[in-house]
Design a protein around this ligand. Structure first.
Ligand code: MSP
Length: 664
């Protein structure tokens, strides 16, 4: 079967962030499962480069728009490689293959009267590059949920696309194809929107020079959506390329909720007007929000750098977390602490530990050679049935764009696997020679279960099978390989007895967030956000020379001279007042007395202390730390605290000394 899946094409106005990575990861997981099922898949992603925003950003940097986008597009492509994204094509709207199709379509639609020249008078939102009808403004401002900024009145010669003419046809299409817009809540929203009346769409600008020129009227460039949406067919070589013949209409366009309107109103109407079949489905997912409920975005800077996150946790963990945390049809929350919690509980404890236990037991009790099962009993039957059920459930959920549901199904099997080991207690069987047959059967079952989990995890975490292939010395992995065929998850006895296995390193070694953050600070590559996070976590000092992989609690930093230590000015201070910093549950703002001076210090201890517990206490301040701005408050120093496994104690004096006293 042919399967064509796309992500939106991203604006290369800033490097990609974790929110934009979600759609690409979901598309990749869907692509991988389809490929494992033997389908021919075409997975397209790319960049939307002809926008005014790009020109502004390039100007600000003093480079040409092309040079500017080339650099950022390279960072998108690098990110996709690092996240193991297996896209077939990457379309850039600055490419001639795209320009040609947009211009041809423009000319055709103009010739048939669906594009006409007129004058645009309307309210324009510059950051969103959108004209809004008066009726859609909210309190006179841009109605975009994520924007809400002022709009300006603009008059400009412009070409228009006759959206209004196709309104009824579009409504009929939505009625006849209930699956066209998913999830259903978004479908209902869109139907209401269309029934409210469509206005013709401005599709050119005279004020721009960067973009695709309107043929025969070159003072106009084609404007945003008519340009961007066409990528889905220009990349296939519309109208006569072999890929177009093979893959169009698309099976699914994955998009975020903010652009579903463009994909379910403008795009189908462009296609209808051009007599091109419509895509089968547009799926609009929610956004990733930060813990304060704000959309994750580069301009807000409310998340650590994606490359840094991959470096710390690995691509598989990032993929797992994002897919698991986005509930279908709703928004998800991204937080590094929650990521580490999931990493440690789901990936290290549940998933990774099952592999470690299994392989360690084969090493210990069978010299690393997979034993032959002696019989087939209830457990083996149960595993076969559950594996098939899980494979079907994952397939059903993932292909309906529900990564979280698919992973829930996979984790049912992970739970079964660990319970099976606990219940069959191979360590007890190993003590009794008469139970040897039982022991070998249990261990074989565990090895098979590990293999099955490897197959089922492959679409989500493609690094897992790669690691497993290093742990299993497979004489013949077949074609398609053991972990490349979805059907293999439903098969039994695929690992040959006699295969050598190694315990190797854990698939997902546990992570200590404090250590990660300290290392990041030490390397000096943390953004303000990162600094703030570590401050919030009550970290004491940055650790410039923290060793990679050193255990956080026990590692002692390299020696320093007494002169180095003398540079740190530690003082006793008295807490005069304390209050919570709004919109974060971690920071307290303290006013402290240092001699005659009063200072403000922001401290990440709000989860451990009520403000009133601190007032009047004598605590220790790093008095000569460079001031840092946290949540807009300039913090003049840092309060010392000790932390261990989630608890935290502020260092304070038992006997009173005057505020300002030195600590040596
Ligand atoms: N260039 C247009 C799309 C044209 S498609 C023909 C665009 N680009 S974008 O870079 O602003 O956004 C691309 C996608 O990223 C959108 O689907 C948007 O919803 C998604 N996301 C941006 N921030 C996001 C989160 N915080 N969370 C999830 N998705 C997010 O729009």
């Amino acid at each position: 079967m042919n399967y064509y899946i796309s992500t939106p094409i991203y604006y290369p106005n800033a490097s990609p962030h974790i929110g934009t990575a979600y759609t690409t990861i979901l598309a990749d997981a869907m692509t991988r499962i389809r490929r494992m099922k033997g389908d021919h898949v075409h997975f397209l992603t790319g960049t939307d480069e002809n926008s005014q925003k790009i020109v502004r950003m390039a100007e600000a940097k003093g480079v040409s728009p092309q040079a500017y986008v080339d650099r950022i597009v390279a960072s998108f492509q690098k990110l996709w490689r690092e996240l193991d994204i297996a896209n077939d094509d990457f379309i850039r709207t600055t490419e001639s293959r795209h320009h040609r199709v947009v211009q041809d379509l423009f000319v055709r639609l103009q010739a048939q009267g669906d594009i006409y020249k007129s004058e645009y008078k309307g309210w324009y939102c510059t950051p969103c590059e959108t004209f809004w009808p008066e009726s859609k403004l909210v309190d006179g401002r841009c109605p975009n949920e994520d924007c809400g900024r002022e709009v300006t009145w603009l008059t400009e010669e412009s070409y228009f696309f006759r959206l209004s003419k196709y309104q009824e046809r579009l409504l009929r299409h939505l009625e006849d194809n209930p699956d066209f817009i998913q999830p259903v809540s978004r479908r209902n929203e869109m139907i209401k929107f269309i029934e409210g009346g469509l206005e013709d769409l401005s599709v050119s600008r005279t004020s721009l020079s960067w973009g695709i020129k309107v043929p025969g009227d070159e003072k106009h460039v084609v404007y945003v959506w008519l340009d961007a949406l066409v990528n889905y067919i220009s990349a296939l070589g519309y109208p006569d390329g072999p890929l177009y013949a093979q893959y169009w209409p698309a099976d699914v366009h994955l998009v975020g909720k903010d652009i579903i309107r463009f994909h379910t109103v403008i795009w189908p109407i462009i296609l209808m007007a051009a007599s091109v079949p419509l895509p089968k489905k547009v799926f609009g997912h929610g956004w990733f929000l930060d813990r304060e409920g704000a959309k994750i975005s580069k301009s807000r800077g409310n998340v650590a750098d994606t490359f840094e996150l991959i470096r710390c946790y690995g691509a598989d963990a990032i993929r797992y977390y994002l897919l698991r945390e986005m509930p279908p049809g709703q928004d998800g929350t991204f937080g590094e602490e929650a990521l580490v919690e999931r990493f440690n509980s789901d990936l290290a404890n549940d998933f990774g530990n099952f592999f470690s236990r299994t392989l360690a037991m084969v090493e210990r009790y069978c010299e690393g050679i997979v034993p032959a099962p002696r019989f087939e009993g209830e457990a083996q039957e149960a595993l076969r049935a559950l594996a098939a059920e899980t494979a079907d459930a994952i397939e059903e959920k993932l292909l309906s764009c529900d990564g979280a549901g698919a992973l829930d199904a996979l984790w049912q099997l992970v739970g079964w696997a660990n319970r099976y080991v606990d219940a069959s207690a191979p360590w007890a069987l190993a003590r009794d020679p008469e139970q040897r047959g039982e022991l070998e059967t249990v261990l074989y079952t565990c090895v098979e279960c590990a293999r099955i989990l490897g197959v089922l995890a492959a679409p989500f975490m493609p690094g897992v099978p790669v690691k497993l292939l290093r742990l299993f010395e497979l004489p013949d992995v077949g074609d398609p390989g053991l972990f490349d065929s979805w059907e293999n998850a439903k098969k039994w006895r695929q690992i040959r007895p006699g295969t050598r296995v190694h315990k190797g390193d854990p698939l997902f070694p546990r992570i200590d967030l404090d250590q990660v953050l300290a290392e990041r600070e030490g390397q000096g590559n943390g953004a303000d956000v990162i600094r703030e996070q570590s401050q919030e976590l009550g970290l004491t000092q940055p650790q410039p020379e923290a060793q990679e992989n050193s255990p956080a609690q026990s590692a002692i930093n390299p020696e320093i001279d007494i002169e180095d230590f003398a540079k740190v000015d530690l003082r006793v201070v008295k807490v005069l007042a304390a209050e919570r910093v709004p919109k974060t549950d971690k920071l307290l703002k303290l006013s402290v007395q240092l001699g005659d001076e009063e200072r403000v210090v922001v401290s990440g201890i709000a989860r451990h202390y009520e403000p009133e517990d601190l007032v009047g206490r004598l605590v220790i301040l790093v008095a000569n730390l460079k001031p840092a701005k946290l949540r807009g408050i300039v913090s003049q120093g840092m309060i010392l605290a000790a932390s261990h496994e989630g608890s935290l104690e502020v260092l304070s004096l038992d006997q009173p000394l005057p505020p300002g006293a030195q600590v040596k």
